[in-house]
Design a binder for this molecule. Structure first.
Ligand code: NIG
Ligand code: FE
Length: 427
């Protein structure tokens, strides 16, 4: 049955396909409609707008049987798009969290056998079925806080079989999960060098063995690399991205988390869709991003900022204000993973962006909807409330969208719609 949601106190649409991604001053354009209305048919939005628009729409629409939901004291916005996570993993690392509180750094813990490699051991040991169940269970928390589209990376397998195991789980979950979430897969074979292998041999293994098989089996859309001291460098990235692109995988990257390591140049040379992390991004690299984006008619590079990592590891925050001031479009994501940001809660990330990155409410909302959809090349389907897009909507029981930042640490979400169906309800 179709659905009319009417009298919405504040309808935040983020609409305007041609204006995505939003950068600079336009990152504040959230397409707010007071007293808005939405009509949903077959899982898609067929109308979103004010009352006079609705009257016109209804008079010409053939679908005359529909349910009605009154939202006169509610705020509605697009479902959140979490464009950077590592949600398929085994085990947990609360022991490392304690070590960090006792003064050890992320780097020191990794050197002592903790870090990414400890999760690799756990993932290699667990059977696929159990790993999949754990991953699917995590989806409930994402949905509960408003995420309706989710990216996930491999990178805790670090050998062909276990990378495929991870990517197959995400592919299967995308085809069928109990919340109908869209799940987008990224191959992150270059997350860490596995123990017992020379880095140059592992880079060859990724380039000549893993990439062709993963691409042929259609197991990933994107290819990612962790460019960082003691992990992978720009030369490794050149080899891996060159091969990845040859097989149709689209580059994204982790860079400048702890050290300024030249990832911006790699992103520009390979036309990446996003550069992620950027905690220690230099002014010079911001200028390069600006120049590159200016020169591009088509896809811009999105800066995906992950304030949950800065909070959780107690490291610097990315220069989000400088990026916005310089017209680089910014997205925000959780980076949910067991080592550097153990939260599925996008609202928590939004609160950090407000208080720590000094982003405005409007900038943040675009960063978790339209711009994040663009970072996954899904802006035609999700990330805004407008005719033709999927009916992925969040209904908040609160007086204004600004209240979301003010009333922090609790969940004001009342309902989550994914493809027109209620997938979470607080009552
Ligand atoms: O995005 N930076 C590299 N990878 C993850 C952390 C992975 C882990 O510690 O398990 C990240 O922060
Ligand atoms: Fe990450």
């Amino acid at each position: 049955m179709s659905l009319l949601i009417k009298n919405i106190k504040q309808l935040v649409t983020c609409a305007g396909r041609s204006r995505i991604p939003r950068a600079g001053k336009k990152q504040s354009d959230i397409g707010l409609i007071e007293n808005g209305n939405i009509f949903i048919e077959k899982g898609k939005i067929s109308f979103a707008g004010n009352i006079s628009g609705l009257k016109k729409f209804l008079s010409s629409n053939t679908d005359t049987k529909y349910d009605i939901l009154d939202a006169s004291d509610k705020v509605i916005m697009p479902g959140f798009v979490d464009s950077h996570t590592h949600f398929v993993f085994a085990g947990s690392r609360e022991n490392e969290y304690e070590m960090r509180l006792a003064g050890k750094s992320y780097e020191q813990i990794a050197k002592a056998g903790g870090g990414i490699i400890s999760t690799v051991k756990a993932l290699r040991e667990i059977p696929k079925k159990a790993l999949k169940e754990q991953a699917e269970d995590r989806l409930e928390k994402f949905v509960k806080y408003g995420t309706t589209t989710l990216e996930g990376k491999s990178g805790y397998g670090l050998d062909l079989g276990n990378e495929i195991k991870t990517l197959e789980i995400m592919k299967e979950l995308n085809e069928e999960n109990r919340y109908s979430l869209d799940i987008v897969s990224t191959f992150l074979g270059a997350h860490s060098v596995p123990p017992g292998i020379k880095k140059s041999d592992y880079v060859k293994e990724i380039s000549h063995n893993m990439i062709p098989i993963i691409a042929k089996e259609n197991l990933a859309t994107f290819i990612d690399i962790f460019i960082e001291k003691n992990y992978f460098d720009t030369e490794d990235a050149d080899l891996i991205f060159t091969m990845g692109k040859r097989f149709g995988l689209i580059p994204k990257l982790h860079t400048d988390q702890f050290n300024s390591v030249g990832g911006t140049d790699v992103a520009i040379n390979h036309g990446a869709v996003s550069v992620d992390h950027l905690e220690v991004l230099s002014d010079e690299d911001i200028e390069k991003l600006v120049a590159f984006n200016k020169s591009r008619e088509n896809r811009k590079i999105i800066a995906t900022v992950l304030p949950g990592v800065s909070y959780f590891l107690d490291i610097p925050y990315a220069p989000a204000r400088k990026l916005i001031k310089n017209n680089v479009p910014v997205a925000l994501a959780t980076d949910f993973n067991p080592g550097s940001c153990m939260t599925e809660n996008m609202q928590m990330i939004m609160s950090l962006a407000s208080l720590r990155l000094k982003m405005s409410a409007e900038e943040i909302i675009n960063a978790v909807t339209a711009n994040a959809a663009y970072a996954l090349m899904m802006e035609d389907k999700v990330g805004s409330i407008e005719a033709g897009k999927q009916a992925d909507l969040l209904i908040f029981d609160m007086p204004s969208y600004k209240y979301l930042f003010y009333n922090f640490g609790v969940n004001n979400l009342e309902k989550v719609f994914k493809k027109g169906k209620v997938v979470y309800s607080s009552k």
